[in-house]
Design a protein around this ligand. Structure first.
Ligand code: 3PG
Length: 398
């Protein structure tokens, strides 16, 4: 994919679509996790150093087309200013005469952050007029917002139709490179570890991945549905009864394809999902009626690690247990630490797994942590992301 390396940005207005949809601290409103901001710094620095005029655009939260002051990008502008060691002005809006004047006044190497794109309903509607207005701020359009590239929104999709020169930012290119190396064209054996609450949200992922993987590990509350489908008692655990048939169908598909599936063999149970709950580990054949399953047990963890040991590539999406409620965090953190220490190419996607890897101190030890949540899942489903398709079409017209 054509990156910014192939574009001369000198003296040009570079519209940089980034994903600054970052968590803000509930008490002081400051940026609570800046991974997505750090991720685009190489692209931003390349524009600045190349004498371009960086016009940064992002959404924050879901303000539903209205101005919501708590979703202003002001805290992000302040945070970015600290990271860059220079002032980062925030425009009062993302379109309009005042914004146009601010962009026109940018010096070479200057940086301006536009206010939240989603304060306008036209952004999510992919409105052509709004797309054109955004495009009027750009000589060059750069998408470095992988995490929102699954949305056909004006600043991701529509804008590409009205700009002559388009390129991918380094972060977007890196996301696609790691996806290719881990899912599309991996060194084998390939293991995918899928967890999280609901199997219903991962059906597309499982259907797409089963024909590609050598090992499939299923954990989290979604494993309960598979266990119940296989005839095990799961007490009062969360189960999606409507998906029992689908779960068996997926296991059948895996068997047909020769995929080794690892379901929990022992589980951590408790009367309720509460911090400090009285937890015990039981075999999956002996889950009492009056408890719920909130984590996988040690035997399961050992079996997972043994399977992963022989893999050259491991992709992880979704926690193995209710890791935000101790004592049910153990297997998820142990897996995160294991991935940080193993030799395989390790790629982590999804907010919960990324947060677990960070909390386990393994974020710098795994090979790659995707900045995408929904976008990563859609890639794993085998979908073509509209933002990437539009970017490629724009590149093709040059
Ligand atoms: C994300 O956080 O996954 C992206 O910023 C997309 O946000 P959205 O789900 O509100 O479109």
């Amino acid at each position: 994919m054509k990156t910014l390396d192939l574009v001369d940005v000198s003296g040009k207005r570079v519209f940089l679509r980034v994903d600054f949809n970052v968590p803000l601290d509930k008490k002081d409103g400051r940026v609570a996790d800046d991974a997505r901001i750090q991720a685009i710094l190489p692209t931003l620095k390349k524009v600045i150093d190349g004498g371009g005029k960086a016009v940064l655009a992002s959404h924050l939260g879901r303000p539903k087309g209205k101005v919501v002051s708590e979703m202003s990008l002001a805290p992000v502008a302040r945070h970015l200013a600290v990271l860059l060691g220079r002032d980062v002005p925030l425009a009062p809006d993302c379109i309009g005469p005042e914004v146009r004047a601010m962009v026109a006044g940018l010096p070479a190497g200057g940086v301006l952050l536009l206010e939240n794109l989603r304060f306008h309903p036209e952004e999510e509607k992919n409105d052509p007029g709004f797309s054109k207005e955004l495009a009027s701020l750009a000589d060059v359009y750069v998408n470095d917002a992988f995490a929102v590239s699954h949305r056909a929104h004006a600043s991701v999709h529509g804008i590409t139709k009205h700009v002559a020169v388009c390129a991918a930012g380094y972060q977007l290119a890196k996301e696609l490179e790691y996806f290719k190396k881990s899912v599309e064209n991996p060194e084998r054996p390939l293991a995918v570890v899928i967890g999280g609450a609901k199997v219903s949200t991962k059906i597309g992922v499982l259907e797409n991945l089963i024909p590609r993987v050598d090992h499939l590990v299923i954990g989290g509350a979604m494993a309960n549905t598979f266990l119940k489908a296989q005839g095990y008692g799961v007490g009062k655990s969360m189960v999606e009864d409507d998906f029992l048939g689908k779960a068996n169908e997926l296991l059948g598909l895996a068997k047909k394809r020769g995929v080794r599936v690892l379901l929990p063999v022992d589980v951590v149970v408790a009367p309720a999902l509460e911090s400090g709950a009285q937890a015990t580990t039981v075999d999956v054949t002996a889950v009492p009626e009056n408890v719920g399953i909130y984590d996988v047990g040690e035997k399961t963890l050992k079996a997972i690690q043994e399977a992963l040991q022989e893999c050259a590539t491991i992709v992880w999406n979704g926690p193995l247990g209710a890791f935000e409620t101790p004592p049910f965090e153990k297997s998820t953190f142990a897996l995160a630490a294991y991935l940080g220490s193993c030799k395989a190419l390790t790629v982590i996607g999804g907010g919960d797994s990324a947060s677990a890897v960070k909390r386990a101190g393994a974020a710098d030890k795994v090979n790659y942590v995707s900045t995408g949540g929904g976008a990563f899942l859609e890639m794993m489903e085998g979908k073509i992301l509209p933002g990437i398709e539009a970017l490629e079409a724009c590149m093709g017209k040059e």
